[in-house]
Design a protein around this ligand. Sequence first.
Ligand SMILES: Cc1cc2nc3c(=O)[nH]c(=O)nc-3n(C[C@H](O)[C@H](O)[C@H](O)COP(=O)(O)O)c2cc1C
Length: 343
Amino acid sequence: MKDIDEVFNKARYTMKGICKVCPVCDGRSCITGVPGMGGRGSRTGFRRNRAAFERVLLNLRTMHDAADPDTGYDFFGVKLSFPVMGAPMCETTYNFLGKVDDYKFIKAQVAGAEAAGTIAFTGDSPDPPLYGMGLQAIREEAGKKGVPIIKPREVHKIIERIRMAEDSGALAVGIDIDAAGFDNLNRAGQPVAPLSVDKLGRIVESTSLPLILKGIMTPDEAALAVECGAAGVVVSNHGGRALDFTPGTLEVLPEIASAVQGAIKIILDGGVRSGEDVLKAIALGAEAVLIGRPVAIAAVGDGEEGVGLYLKKIHNELVKAMLLTGCAGLSSISPQMIRRVDW
Ligand SMILES: Cc1cc2nc3c(=O)[nH]c(=O)nc-3n(C[C@H](O)[C@H](O)[C@H](O)COP(=O)(O)O)c2cc1C
């Protein structure tokens, strides 16, 4: 039986010059831009995401009955084993200098998540077949359970891709609105831009699928997401890849949770690296999280098996963290379980 260290060692070899596969994936060694894992905003955003998690501590509590914590999570009617999903990631030619085959990479994320009892989100890029590859993997590897995320293109182009998602039977669909400044799409003649509430409202109305807005970092935009009919938000700064000098996602989560008041789903990504981190994010207002880079590294290291092993490790850590903080289920995770050191 392989272990996750073996998977990461293999990835370290394949990703030489692109990613060092550090013991903790925290952005300190990859101020690289693209290609690479860092991205253009990684001078601060990536590291700040991670640093925010390190400033939240857990309250050890063991005088209770929560000996067998239930991590089950309902995501738009589908029961997941735990509230952790794969973040959308694609474009290995651009990000990993083509060292990995695009479809194998996407398939590993989707099938590996399924093997761990959860699902993956899939991405979109200037290379047209890649969005379709995500849909193919969702259809063929995950019994249609998955969420394709579309770039903030012109409205009719977004709706075209939503139709493809509907035909593939996806659970929900989303837009990474924080990709509004991505030059690679503009250079490829596929314009991306900020989307007004009016445009987003029209997109929401165009489909019966729940629509998720990924890339919300302020309470006012979280409130606008509710106003335009979105079914959920991902509190995300694209892993620090969209803009430098954004706060860490965990830092802004409590304000966003207070603006949303339970009206729609709040998912968080950026720097989640352990089951303990999952508990911290839930305690501060998220109902689920996405994990990006370590899942990508596991996919490069050992495909579907690597991703499955990595996500199962996170699941086991979450169970243990819940047991040791006194949480019988996800709904009992509260601010009582954490202690914040100054932000
Ligand atoms: C190589 C790579 C490719 C990505 N591609 C996409 C994408 O196509 N769509 C998207 O919404 N986000 C994309 N992201 C951002 C992730 O979905 C996610 O927001 C971020 O990586 C989470 O932070 P973490 O990597 O620290 O866990 C990508 C990230 C990486 C590292």
